[in-house]
Design a protein around this ligand. Structure first.
Ligand code: 5AD
Ligand code: SF4
Length: 472
């Protein structure tokens, strides 16, 4: 698993507009929440150099393409986007405006040399561990006019060299992402993350707490702690001892005003007793956990090098639900891993039926060059993968609808984060992350209020503010 790297649907964002900056910066972000966080931090690093966000690439003196390599045709997608950016760069340079193109993220890490060979108009290629060195790279690129590549895993920790985040890494101002851990040493057979994001490493506790405190002071109420293996967190504590994620969560829960704490993505192997106990003890720890299982057959789990069986996963889920009865789960699945038979796939369907997921992301296995599974025999034919994916997604959709239906008629806390799509509406998030719409005044945005859910829509819920229910 890794990001929402693990599993989340691809996110595409541009930077918001700003008025006549000294230098325009446009960041295009693909992939997981970790990349969204990284893009924001790259903006922070470049701010002292006079770079401010602009909404379109043709207004930008620097364009960063922050890439994702987890699945599908990552490299081709990057080259096709670079072709588009090249035209913009050429048009701007004809008008006498220099434009720096940087490729960041996991494709840059994996295919840096290939990018420079095939797209020589790219000025900077930087891997996820080196964006604190961006200012120096920009200076070198501007001076030399030659391409700069930084994809080594540096000895220093980038978090020690980054300026403080100027604004929370948020969609609105009430929810934020905070990266606390990066990389992965688990080497699942199918996954590029250990190669692109490097070895597992954790930020020190004080640095995480300081960033969380700044976020909360600026109004954030819901923090998602990010990491490819977030529950493998082992940060250095203030006293020199090593803190796990549970200990960090207890400390964060003391921050007044922080009402919601989440973390993703977790690995079943690191779901220890202390963390399960934290779910029992901390109301702030949201009852919604992304815990990828990938498959339900022990044979395939072994081939995947996951380090747990299907029953061990069932047992973790049982203990989590004992600790926190309203806990709902989301997960990632891969169908068609090399060697997967019909019987193996049935075991995945069986596990899904046993556990019941509120949400899940499922993918056809796609071979990643350099990973063990890519070279394995018994690759599964594409049409078989298609059929299995369809069957699995139908079951998961049913479960998602069933979960959302259980909320109809219940009153749940909703953190309002924005105006709704229709006039007079405001929108927010449930503890289980579904979008919730109600009729209500704008001044309630930023508040967490009880809402009675009245209807389940395809991917969201609609409700009424409880106060209104009472007075009606
Ligand atoms: N093919 C298909 N899916 C993959 N994932 C990771 N690598 C691959 C691959 N090679 C999925 C896993 C992971 C999620 C982020 O992406 O399910 O948890
Ligand atoms: Fe997750 Fe396995 Fe990839 Fe590590 S190697 S990020 S545990 S899927």
């Amino acid at each position: 698993m890794g990001q929402r790297h693990s599993g989340a649907p691809a996110i595409m964002t541009g930077t918001p507009a700003n008025t006549s900056p000294a230098r325009g910066l446009h960041v295009i972000t693909w992939g997981c929440q970790m990349n969204v966080y990284d893009s924001a931090r790259m903006g922070d690093v470049l701010r002292p150099l006079g770079y401010q966000p602009v909404a379109t690439p043709d207004a930008a003196d620097m364009i960063i393409l922050n890439t994702c390599h987890i699945r599908d045709k990552a490299a081709e997608k990057v080259f096709s986007e670079l072709g588009r950016l090249r035209k913009i760069k050429e048009a701007r340079e004809t008008a006498g405006q220099q434009t720096i193109i940087a490729v960041a993220g996991c494709v840059a890490q994996a295919e840096g040399q290939e990018i420079l060979a095939r797209a020589p108009y790219v000025d900077i290629v930087l891997g996820p561990q080196t964006y604190h060195r961006l200012p120096e790279m920009v200076a070198r690129a501007a001076r030399a006019g030659g391409a700069v590549i930084e994809t080594d895993f540096p000895a220093e920790q980038k978090f020690d060299f980054l300026p403080e985040a100027e604004a929370p890494q948020t969609a609105g101002n009430y929810t934020a992402f905070l990266t606390i851990q990066e990389g992965c040493d688990k080497f699942c057979s199918f996954c590029v993350v250990p190669y692109t994001r490097g070895a597992e490493s954790s930020r020190p506790v004080l640095s995480v707490l300081a960033e969380a405190r700044r976020m909360v002071e600026s109004g954030v109420k819901d923090i998602s702690l990010l990491g490819q293996n977030v529950n493998a967190y082992h940060g250095e504590g203030p006293d020199g001892s090593t803190w796990g994620l549970a200990q960090l969560a207890y400390e964060l829960a003391k921050l007044p005003g922080l009402s919601r704490i989440r973390y993703m993505t977790s690995h079943p192997r690191d779901m220890d007793d202390a963390l399960i106990a934290a779910h029992r003890d901390l109301p702030q720890l949201m009852p919604f956990l992304h815990l990828p299982v990938q498959a339900g057959s022990d044979r395939i789990l072994r081939a995947m090098n996951r380090g747990h069986t299907a029953d061990e996963y069932r047992d973790i889920v049982r203990r989590l639900r004992e600790a926190r009865p309203d806990l709902a789960l989301s997960s990632d699945f891969i169908v068609g891993h090399p060697g997967e038979t019909d019987e193996d796939f049935e075991a995945t369907m069986h596990l899904v039926r046993d556990v019941g997921f509120a949400l899940a992301y499922s993918f056809k296995y796609s071979p990643r060059p350099g990973t063990p599974a890519a070279g394995a025999g018994m690759q599964v034919p594409e049409d078989v993968k298609d059929a299995r994916l369809q069957a699995l997604q139908a079951l998961l959709r049913e479960q998602q609808d069933a979960f959302n239906a259980t909320l109809v008629g219940k009153t749940i806390p909703v953190l309002f984060t924005s105006e709704g799509r229709k006039p007079g509406q405001i929108a927010g998030r449930s503890p289980w992350l579904q979008p919730v719409h109600v009729s209500g005044p704008k001044h309630l945005i930023g508040k967490e209020l009880p809402v009675r859910i009245v209807e389940r829509l395809t991917n969201s819920l609609s409700g009424v503010l409880e106060e209104e229910c009472v007075s009606a």
